[in-house]
Structures are given as C-alpha cells and as structure tokens.
Design a protein around this ligand. Structure first.
Ligand code: FES
Length: 150
C-alpha cells in the first residue's frame, strides 16, 4: 500500500513539475477564471467542444503544487468526456477529497486523481484540489463570472 501510495504521490509531483495542457486555447467555446480567496491564487480554464464532448482543454495559473497537479490531471481525465460525464466525475472527486475515501476505491473511481484524496485531512487544501474543477464547471456552463472555491 505505501509503495502504491508513493507511486501516486510521484504522479502529483510530476504533474506539478510538468503540467499537461498548460496553455490558453485560441477561440475557446468555454472559458472561466477561478479564484481561491484563501490564498489569492487564480486559474484559467479554456475548453473547445465537439458538440457535447470536451475536445481540447487548457489551463494557466494554478498556484500551489496541489492545485496545479489537480488541474493538470483534470485536463487529461476529462478530455473526451461529455459535459455531464465531467460534472459527474467532479462530483465524485469533490466528495472523495471532502469526506475521504478508501484509497483502493479511489483508484477504482478516480484513477490517478486518487493521489489527491489525502487532502481530505487538510480542509484548507481541499480548496486547492477543487479550484480547477470549479473553474471547469463554470467554463462548461458558460459562466463568465469569476468562480471561487467558497
Ligand atoms: Fe493557492 Fe493552493 S495555496 S491554490
């Protein structure tokens, strides 16, 4: 278990050091800015849609290692999902990081994002983990206002 957990922690470090899809998209179909008032960090998420399916996604900003790793993993996971699938995944992820979850169950449900579920023990860090996801949801909803984690 600890080897597996270490492996997943390495994934967090890797995504923080080398974030995937770390760019703004030209002419996005949806875009939003997210703000974590606890620390002042901002993130932008852009999406290009193919009908109801997320075809391209990019982000910039992101603040701390947890928020950046979460955003980077999010971009890999949601590409190819429909709006509803992405929203459902976010709901599962938010529940896991807020209430805690068995690690193996998390791997089953969330894949590599299981690496972030340990933040459930640190309420302030939960905001970091969900910042990009709130922002994605706003981008998918066409919400132009800045969304916050509060
Ligand atoms: Fe700002 Fe984590 S400390 S998002």
């Amino acid at each position: 278990m600890s080897d597996l957990s270490d492996l997943y922690q390495q994934a967090v470090l890797d995504h923080n050091r080398t974030p995937r899809n770390f760019r703004r998209l030209p002419d996005p179909d949806g875009t939003a800015e997210g703000y974590n008032p606890l620390c002042g960090d901002l993130i932008n998420v852009d999406v290009k849609m193919d009908g109801d399916v997320i075809r391209e996604i990019g982000f910039e900003g992101g603040g701390c290692a947890i928020s950046k790793a979460s955003a980077s993993m999010m971009t890999e996971v949601v590409k190819g999902m429909t709006r509803d699938e992405a929203r459902e995944f976010f709901d599962s992820f938010r529940t896991a990081v807020t209430e805690g979850i068995d690690f193996f169950e998390a791997i089953d449900k969330l894949g590599k994002l299981a690496a972030l579920t340990g933040v459930s023990e640190f309420p302030a860090r939960v905001k970091c983990a969900v910042l990009a996801w709130h922002t994605l949801r706003a981008a998918l909803d066409g919400n132009k206002a800045t969304v916050t984690t509060e």
